[in-house]
Design a protein around this ligand. Structure first.
Ligand SMILES: [Zn+2]
Length: 118
């Protein structure tokens, strides 16, 4: 399996490799960008970063009224303002074994790059 099945390599900069990972539901808003980074000063370390658009959950599933949604957003803004951070989560659907294997293939590529720098 290659990384071309729902996991597409965007670019290899040498010290960082970028992939676009499609969500199994095919919504482009659920896509993630997987970045594997390698530090020349610490050749045994690989940093994995996953960028994904996440949505504040009050808009889904709870059935809040319009005003409650606005209050929830205002509370969220104050959390960010006074705490400086916010916990969010994003999900991605892996549709089948091939999709998972393509993701693993991307990680394997990073692993191989680490082993080359030993
Ligand atoms: Zn999705």
């Amino acid at each position: 399996m290659s990384t071309t099945y729902r996991v597409m390599k965007i670019h290899d900069f040498g010290n960082s490799i970028f992939y676009r990972v499609a969500c199994g539901c095919t919504d482009p808003d659920h896509e993630a960008t997987l970045i594997l980074e390698f530090d020349e000063n610490n050749p045994k370390i690989m940093i994995l970063t996953l960028y994904q658009r996440v949505v504040w959950g009050d808009w889904y599933y709870r059935g809040d009224k319009w005003f409650d949604k606005i209050i929830s957003r205002i509370k969220t803004v104050f959390k960010i303002l006074f705490k400086g951070w916010l916990e969010l989560e994003g999900s991605m659907i892996f549709m089948d074994v091939d999709h998972v294997e393509a993701f693993i293939c991307a990680l394997q590529e990073g692993k191989n790059k680490l082993q080359l720098t030993k």
